[in-house]
Design a protein around this ligand. Sequence first.
Ligand code: ZN
Length: 116
Amino acid sequence: MAAPSDELDLAEIERNLRARRAEIHAKIAELAKPPERGSGVSFGKRVGDGTTEAVSRLNEIGIGNNLLVAAERVDRALAKIEEGSYGTCDSCGRPILAARLAVAPESVLCIDCARR
Ligand SMILES: [Zn+2]
């Protein structure tokens, strides 16, 4: 039986994930725009800092949580592609069903672990 990554078109999945990531981050940036100009907060110049600021701002105003969760999942899935662990569960290490990945390419947990 082939490993799950052999059945997956990782290049295609990575393209999809990167497109989704860009979309999510664009929405977060939109939502997280500083309310005032010249407040000393700049978003987007350095992704890490800007994202951290955006996250705290979003948490404060209580919106965008779904976007943040989605962004984290996509980031983790992309990291797994780089690590070569894409398609295996982050929790139990067992293969994630290809059918699940086809529906939700950002999945990093198998169905069993995701239900827990
Ligand atoms: Zn699992």
